[in-house]
Design a protein around this ligand. Sequence first.
Ligand code: DQA
Length: 138
Amino acid sequence: MKKIMIINGPNLNLLGIREKNIYGSQDFESFFEALKQQYPAVELSYFQSNHEGGIIDTLHEIGFSYDGVVLNAGAYTHTSVAIGDAIAGITTPVVEVHISNVHKREAFRHHSYLAQNCVGVICGFGLNSYKLGIESFL
Ligand code: DQA
């Protein structure tokens, strides 16, 4: 059974409440429950942190044993050399995902410090971006 972890970064605990016009009205917990039903043959786990170090610690913890990470690092995508380095330092492949199409938005969201160390980037498909990220590992 493949082990895949979804990691969400800052402010993504507010999904369903925050900027609904951009991120939609579904909370992540209910989406994650539905995902688990859709992928019974995958060992799916989920971690969220508003702290850069929490994301890095988790990448280190699981990054040598899991089959894939679907990472939405939120705004840290555009600022964090340290998360980029953590992805480079582990052996588990990481897919960068975003709910919104970051390229349609402010210029500061167009650059990612993570993408060069990821196997690929998926953005703009709403919560389905996570599903596409999982699919990429199957
Ligand atoms: C986001 C896009 C980021 O630019 C933003 O800071 C987020 C969410 C997305 O999923 O669309 O927090 O990663």
